[in-house]
Design a protein around this ligand. Structure first.
Ligand code: 5GP
Length: 345
């Protein structure tokens, strides 16, 4: 047994140190980025935020709205060729869509079927809870061989060594985060995880050294956290809970005591596993929870609030664009992130 003594941090452990700036207004801050990916050689431009491939978030209705902001949506693994065919606006938003897959034969056949008819999709997100298995790297390799010009996202991992391994196996973008998610119970069920800010700092450094990119996935609770993820070196930030609870996710709205709520659940919660796979096998336990969120209306308002927050972070640290945010970032460690006197408990 060994203990690593150096402290690892979460978003809530730090704040940006404000810096002198010549920016006059947050209106001047450019949040758009253009990336060229290591293996696919594809170029993508947009605001580098991604809606997670979770029920109620990674949906076509969400994608349509987020594409207007040039934000990406990672569709859930339940989207098949029929659903894509039925979507009348798919050709106008495909640049901002990622197709998700697990590593099972059935799952991969679904992706192959979609790509056969719709070869325009650029992003394939190979997504499993634990990206550390040998089998996973081999799978990434085989997808790279089959699709040399697609941009491959692979995850999830939280350490530099495995980030490098996935990149060397053919991933253009590595997805980082084990256990930080809003409806994730992995840390409780297994005791496994890594504080997300440190994971992002360490994995982005490893990926950038190899000319690849990372996604900070999970754990953002407010616009300030999204800005901190970019400040820490994330190229993209993936959001589940912050994009949940809106009209466009098509969740069922229930009324209670005059308020409206939408159910939201983790992709490996009992709710999700029952719905999509008919229940858990005996040897597995659920690693996600089901919660009831206050209904939040149109996703556009939430997006504007998030983007406004990030623009403001940039002006506080003197970054004229999102591209410069991490260069302008100095974090200070804090014991207390904000004053909670009037927060609803
Ligand atoms: P959030 O933005 O809600 O904090 O985190 C979203 C991320 O949580 C997702 O992109 C995914 O990586 C992770 N996630 C979603 N559902 C589950 C689950 O049931 N269990 C675990 N361990 N992680 C989940």
């Amino acid at each position: 047994m060994r203990i690593e003594e150096d402290i690892k941090l979460d978003y809530s452990d730090v704040l940006f140190r404000p810096k002198r700036s010549t920016l006059h207004s947050r209106k001047e801050v450019n949040l758009k980025r253009t990336y060229k990916f290591k293996y696919s050689n594809n170029e993508w431009s947009g605001i580098p935020i991604i809606a997670a491939n979770m029920d109620g978030v990674g949906e076509l209705g969400v994608a349509k709205n987020l594409a207007e902001f040039e934000i990406i949506t990672s569709l859930t693994k339940q989207h098949d060729v029929k659903m894509i065919k039925r979507c009348s606006y798919i050709k106008s938003i495909f640049q901002h869509i990622a197709l998700s897959t697990g590593t099972s034969d059935k799952d991969f056949k679904r992706i192959n079927d979609i790509l056969k008819d719709h070869s325009f999709f650029q992003f394939i997100c190979i997504d499993i809870a634990n990206g550390y298995s040998d089998h996973f790297s081999k799978f990434v390799k085989s997808v790279r061989e089959k699709y040399p010009t697609k941009t491959i996202i692979a995850g999830n991992v939280v350490t530099a060594d495995m980030t490098q391994e996935l990149i060397l196996s053919g991933a253009d973008i590595v997805k980082v985060g084990i256990g930080p998610g809003s409806v994730c119970t992995t840390r409780i069920q297994t005791g496994v995880g890594y504080p997300q800010l440190s994971a992002v700092i360490e994995c982005s450094d490893a990926a950038h050294g190899l000319g690849a990119h990372i996604i900070a996935d999970g754990g953002c609770t407010c616009p300030g956290d999204v800005a901190k993820a970019f400040g820490a070196g994330a190229d993209f930030v993936m959001l589940g809970g912050m994009f949940a609870g809106h009209d466009e996710g098509k969740g069922k709205i229930v009324k209670k005591n005059g308020s409206k709520y939408i159910e939201f659940y983790g992709s490996s919660s009992n709710t999700a596993v029952k719905k999509h796979y008919g229940g858990l096998s005996d040897y597995r336990s659920s690693e996600g929870k089901t919660v009831r969120l206050k209904y939040r209306g149109k996703i556009k308002d939430t997006v504007l609030n998030i983007l406004g927050g990030i623009r403001s972070s940039c002006t506080y640290v003197g970054a004229p664009s999102l591209k410069q945010l991490s260069k302008c970032t100095t974090f200070v460690r804090v014991n207390n992130q904000h004053n909670e006197t009037f927060d609803q408990k």
